[in-house]
Write a protein that binds this ligand. Structure first.
Ligand SMILES: NC(=O)C1=CN([C@@H]2O[C@H](COP(=O)(O)OP(=O)(O)OC[C@H]3O[C@@H](n4cnc5c(N)ncnc54)[C@H](OP(=O)(O)O)[C@@H]3O)[C@@H](O)[C@H]2O)C=CC1
Ligand SMILES: O=C1O[C@H](COP(=O)(O)O)[C@@H](O)[C@H](O)[C@H]1O
Length: 518
């Protein structure tokens, strides 16, 4: 670091190696591609799915000669009405340029809307007809076209929608083309319902056709976890119970349920964030090294670590509900749904026995961030008496301002021999200036087109995930476990910080990492 907060950035060539790029067996396909967004009138479609498709289009991944996009939902609107609904979400930092608005117009022209129900054939037959007409117009040979169905819908309609796709909209024969479906989380409400849903969908589609999306797996720093852990000698010998005292995986939002109270109240923070997003991050932090980067090898390791998680203990759970949550008219006055949870997962294996993994997620807190915090044990026989300043911590900031930094003890610069906490800092905005980090959905949708399931959740992985949380979820649903009220804009219930302390986390006093500015 240079004086007055300036950072010196070494300009080095990229170290990206082609051999890392894709270790999958799929050969890239070309030919007519239809992307069908079901639930096109909804929140996710407008905020995430269409903007991600637009970004892929803008970067040349969805060439207009090959691609057509269909929106499908019950709402009766025209093509133009759908286009107008999503137009405002297709802006980014390049919005000012006329090239960008030109791209927006051309992209919107690719979109067609079909209205129909989710459980009767006529709407899906109409959809199939539209897709087929598009395929014919692109001179696609029957069977060689690709059809990607993105279910931006509540899981309750997945079975009927999948049945209709299977019955009316499949790629006609297998001549190099495919039909794939993308399903959103939460996939089920508990072990039983998720297994039922998996069985229903499994009867209609083979596992390689099903992409269970968890958008945290598309975040840059989540994708970096395997590289970090297994491509760096630094970490290999330290990543275990001998050196690591505790691990925190934290998600905080500084806003409440914001108009999604009806949806949220049915699920709660554990089903909304912890059982999927945080647990996926947990897998990547805790799993053993896969034998290769093939999706099945990675997912095998994730399943193993999930199956090694011990039952969650009551005394290692703190639930909260922010004050004012029930003011939402769509939330029942007596709702027992947690908007905050801290819970400790313990892994029964050789690497992690005794190390608490503290998963914390909350809405309406004092900040918005997601991070992984790996705290190391104290140095034995400390001759500098610096324990009180803090322990070594390795922090991976997933968002905002992607970064990883290592908190460590150094000599305080100057004549005295005293110690101080400092950091080794890799802040992406400084180190990778000018590099645009893709949105998670953008990356994952591209994977579905390429047939790469590495960053998607496999059926047995999902089952293992629900096995961990179902007992506690049932007790919350039955009102046996009550959330503690907390002030919006706070850190959540104080009991959660107490649990953190009991689990072994030692706060560094008088030190806070300030992201460097350019
Ligand atoms: N919104 C978000 O930020 C995120 C959402 N998700 C997941 O994505 C999926 C879609 O979410 P989101 O877009 O917010 O959901 P919405 O509530 O906006 O629903 C999407 C569309 O589905 C149709 N729909 C809504 N409720 C029902 C119902 N009970 N029965 C049949 N159709 C219904 C509506 O279309 P119409 O009436 O026109 O048919 C609606 O426009 C969900 O599984 C959600 O958990 C995941 C991550 C983030
Ligand atoms: O899946 C969900 O994620 C968002 C948070 O996503 P992020 O990428 O902004 O961290 C959360 O707000 C929402 O409740 C949940 O359904």
């Amino acid at each position: 670091m240079m004086g007055s907060g300036e950072w010196s950035i070494e300009k080095r060539s990229s170290f990206r190696s082609d051999s890392f790029s894709r270790e999958i067996d799929n050969v890239p396909e070309t030919g007519c591609l239809s992307i069908i967004v079901l639930g096109a009138s909804g929140d996710l479609a407008k905020k995430k799915t269409f903007p991600a498709l637009f970004n892929l289009y803008r970067q040349g991944f969805l060439p207009a000669e090959e691609v057509h996009i269909f929106g499908y939902a019950r709402t009766k609107i025209s093509d133009d009405e759908l286009r107008n609904r999503i137009r405002g979400f297709l802006v980014d930092n390049k919005a000012a340029s006329s090239k960008h608005s030109d791209d927006v117009l051309k992209f919107l022209e690719l979109i067609k809307y079909v209205s129909g129900s989710y459980d009767t054939e006529d709407g899906f037959q109409k959809l199939d007809k539209e897709i087929s007409e598009h395929e014919i117009s692109k001179h696609s040979h029957e069977g060689s076209s690709r059809r990607l169905f993105y279910l931006a819908l509540p899981p309750s309609v997945y079975p009927s929608v999948c049945k209709m796709i299977r019955k009316c909209c499949m790629n006609k024969s297998d001549l190099g083309g495919w039909t794939r479906i993308v399903v959103e989380k939460p996939f089920g409400r508990d072990l039983e319902s998720a297994e039922k849903l998996s069985a229903q969908i499994g009867e209609l589609f083979d596992e390689p056709q099903i992409y269970r999306i968890d958008h945290y797996l598309g975040k840059e720093l989540v994708q970096n976890l395997l590289v970090l852990r297994f491509a760096n000698r630094f970490f290999l010998p330290l990543w275990n119970r001998d050196n690591i005292d505790n691990v925190q995986i934290v998600f905080r939002e500084d806003f409440g349920t914001d108009g999604r109270g009806g949806y949220f109240d049915e699920y709660g923070i554990i089903r909304d964030i912890i059982q999927n997003h945080l647990l996926q991050v947990f897998c990547l932090v805790a799993m053993e090294k896969p034998i290769s980067l093939k999706p099945e090898h990675i997912r095998d390791e994730k399943v193993k670590v999930l199956q090694s998680v011990l039952p969650i203990k009551d005394e290692e759970v703190v639930l909260g509900q922010y004050e004012g949550y029930r003011d939402d008219s769509t939330v029942p006055d007596n709702s027992n749904t947690p908007t905050f949870a801290t819970m400790v997962l313990r892994i029964h294996n050789e690497r992690w026995e005794g190390v608490p993994f503290i998963l914390k997620a909350g809405k309406a807190l004092n900040s918005r961030k997601a991070e992984i915090r790996v705290q190391f044990k104290d140095v034995p026989g400390d001759i500098f008496k610096c324990k009180k300043q803090g322990r070594n911590e390795f922090v991976i900031r997933l968002q905002p301002s992607e970064a990883m930094y290592m908190k460590l003890t150094v000599k305080q610069p100057g004549l005295e021999m005293s110690t101080v906490q400092s950091e080794l800092d890799l802040s992406y905005r400084q180190r990778y200036q000018g590099v645009v980090i893709p949105e998670a959905y953008e990356r994952l949708i591209l994977d579905t087109i390429r047939g790469d399931q590495q960053h998607f959740v496999r059926r047995d992985e999902l089952k293992a995930a629900w096995e961990i949380f179902t007992p506690i979820l049932h007790r919350i649903d039955d009102g046996e476990f009550k959330p503690i009220p907390y002030q919006p804009g706070s850190r959540g219930p104080v009991e959660a910080d107490e649990l953190l302390g009991k689990s072994g986390y030692v706060q560094t006093h008088g030190y806070i990492w300030i992201p460097p500015t350019l």
